[in-house]
Design a binder for this molecule. Structure first.
Ligand code: GLA
Length: 398
């Protein structure tokens, strides 16, 4: 489905008036191919930006008012607030994300001297775990940067997004989602070392296969607190290991070192969490090597191993995503399949041979509904570019 940006602009002008200059922007969602729950453990990740994401139309104001509207939350109408009221509140709903970015800008010394009218529209399925919030954060950062003329790199926009999500929205996420949204590149995944933010674009050349995302259409409650628990458990494991070996993060460890020192972690749950973080990081490094060598079979196998580890050791999978992955593994022509993103529902990502895509969708569609009573959704996706402006200023009298 293509989004008609002209229609969004018309809607903007209808809601906020026709005078003045408006500008439009886009920031994508992401899918992570491998490297899950490694980004806050100093490990590697391998996400790519999607062609779906969040669109924004902005016009600065002459006062300090903020008027925010989302086509997706039409029922909330135009949400009015002010640059003098940048505090999170339940009532503010989705606007806590753009407001968090404005708050972070102020905190970092990027002073916003005027408010704005902004319209948002996102085509990422709600609750799918494909980073609609990160795309909204990066989009807002980019709009503010370009509209108010700040000199901020795309990497810093990603960091601003993460800071805002951690400190304004209470989700202690790593950098992966915002980085993928800000820095994505068409037809490439980003091999990112989260301990240094060094990165490399790796072309995803799948000559006879596609990336298929399957939405379980399940989002279990308490996702944020369960995610934050995982992060705390990983940190406890790191602290225990640091009493016996000099490391900064779990990403510093090889599998061999982990096996040698793991008994320092007394809590069995924390030990499992650390095992996942260490092995998943190494898997990600091997997976990128395999992809670069066009060894798609090995790449796919590592993707499957990642799922098993998330299911058994990190315990961020759930019944529904386990069912989807296991069904996928049994379809001929599926090279790999695993849960992607933060977990506790959301999507799986699968690498499927071109001529098996139809069979894959048909098989999973039927069997998943039979087993769960829920209808899954399927997206055969392309890898898109990171956040960008969509046009130059549009004069109303043009
Ligand atoms: C969420 C977070 C990311 C990352 C993933 C798990 O998407 O926002 O930072 O931790 O979960 O890999």
């Amino acid at each position: 489905m293509t989004v008609n940006v002209s229609e969004l602009k018309e809607k903007f002008q209808k809601l906020f008036g026709e005078e003045g200059c408006i500008k439009s922007f886009f920031a994508p969602g992401r899918v992570n191919l491998i490297g899950e729950h490694t980004d806050y453990n100093g490990g590697h990740v391998f996400p790519c930006a999607l062609t779906i994401g969040t669109y924004g139309i902005i016009r600065p104001r002459n006062d300090r008012k903020l008027r925010l509207y989302s086509v997706n939350f039409d029922k909330m109408g135009i949400v009015e607030s002010s640059l003098d009221d940048l505090t999170p509140s339940e009532k503010a709903g989705w606007t806590n994300y753009p407001k968090g970015i404005m708050w972070t800008f102020e905190k970092r010394g990027y002073h916003l001297d005027r408010g704005a009218d902004i319209l948002f529209y996102g085509d990422i399925p709600a609750g799918s775990g494909l980073s609609s919030s990160a795309s909204l954060e990066v989009l807002t950062g980019l709009m503010l940067r370009d509209t108010y003329g700040f000199d901020i790199s795309m990497t810093d926009l990603a960091l601003i997004g993460q800071y805002s999500e951690n400190h304004f929205n209470g989700m202690n996420c790593g950098i992966m989602d915002q980085f993928a949204s800000a820095m994505g590149k068409k037809d490439c995944a980003i091999f990112l070392d989260t301990s240094t933010l060094n990165y490399e674009y790796a072309p995803v050349k799948l000559p006879d296969a596609r990336i298929v995302i399957t939405n379980s259409n399940v989002k279990h409650s308490l996702v944020t607190s369960a995610y934050n628990d995982r992060r705390n458990e990983s940190e406890s494991a790191l602290k225990a290991l640091q009493t016996v070996i000099d490391i900064r993060t779990l990403g510093d460890l090889s599998e061999k070192q982990f096996e040698q020192y793991k008994d320092a972690i007394k809590d069995p749950v924390c030990r499992k969490r650390a095992k996942h973080a260490v092995y998943e990081n190494q898997r990600t490094i091997h997976a990128v090597e395999a992809l670069k060598a066009n060894d798609i079979e090995t790449f796919g196998k590592l993707i499957n191993d990642s799922h098993v580890s998330l299911r058994d050791d990190y315990e961020t999978s759930c019944e529904e995503t386990d069912i989807l992955a296991e069904l996928a593994w049994n379809v001929p022509g599926v090279l790999g399949s695993r849960i992607t993103g933060g977990g506790f529902g959301g999507c799986t990502v699968s690498i499927v041979k071109n001529d098996s895509v139809d069979l894959f969708i048909r098989t999973l569609d039927k069997a998943y509904t039979e087993k769960t009573g829920i209808k899954a959704e399927f997206y055969v996706v392309d890898i898109g570019d990171g956040a960008h402006a969509l046009d130059s200023y549009i004069q109303e009298d043009l």
